[in-house]
Design a protein around this ligand. Structure first.
Ligand code: 5GP
Length: 173
């Protein structure tokens, strides 16, 4: 492990929790095809494992977003860089995120998807940093609640590095 990384959540703990979430998500959507909407890029590994942990019919869609807050701007502006290809009207949707921090990105996504007339929209996030929340967002499924530290691994990056780590680590500069 790099000197800058301190393991926070092991690959084994992630696997156990993702299996639980998959069963819970299916139990909450009996007999429904779930449209899993993965928010790129950070959710790609969580998506891959979670999708396989949800029994029954699932569709996979991708959504690209760029957030311009926390560093480059204080506006909280979020922009969709790659939109869904599918029509979600009348569909049971599940947004899959890597981490909910201020909540600004998720709030924007919820408002953007709501106007498209889905049957339901639930949220699954691998990580939740509630201490940093600026907007209250209804997160239905949380993998792990973590303290306000900058984390990388299992999809999360720092300058596009560390996404391939099989565990979540705190980056210590
Ligand atoms: P929010 O809009 O909730 O403040 O932030 C959501 C986005 O900020 C996440 O999807 C992620 O890209 C980024 N982010 C927030 N906290 C962290 C963190 O600890 N590590 C990394 N790598 N990204 C983070």
């Amino acid at each position: 492990m790099s000197a800058n990384l301190r393991e926070l959540i092991s690959a084994e703990r992630i696997a156990t929790r993702v299996a639980e979430l998959g069963r819970q998500i299916r139990a909450d959507h009996p007999d429904e095809t779930i449209v899993v909407i993965a928010v790129l890029k950070g959710s790609f590994l969580f998506l891959a494992d979670l999708a396989r942990a949800i029994p029954g019919d699932v569709r996979i869609e991708f959504l690209g977003v760029a957030s311009y807050h926390g560093g480059t701007s204080s506006s909280g502006a979020v922009q969709i860089t790659q939109d869904l290809r599918a029509n979600i009207e009348g569909q049971a949707c599940l947004i899959v995120e890597d981490i909910v921090d201020t909540g600004l990105t998720m709030d924007y996504l919820l408002r953007t998807l709501a106007v498209r007339g889905p049957k339901s929209v639930r949220i699954a996030t691998l990580l939740d940093k509630p201490s940093n929340r600026e907007i209250d967002v209804p997160v239905d499924y949380v993998g792990f609640t973590i303290p306000d530290e900058f984390v990388v691994g299992y999809g999360l990056d720092l300058g596009e590095l560390y996404r391939n780590l099989p565990y979540v680590a705190v980056y210590v500069p």
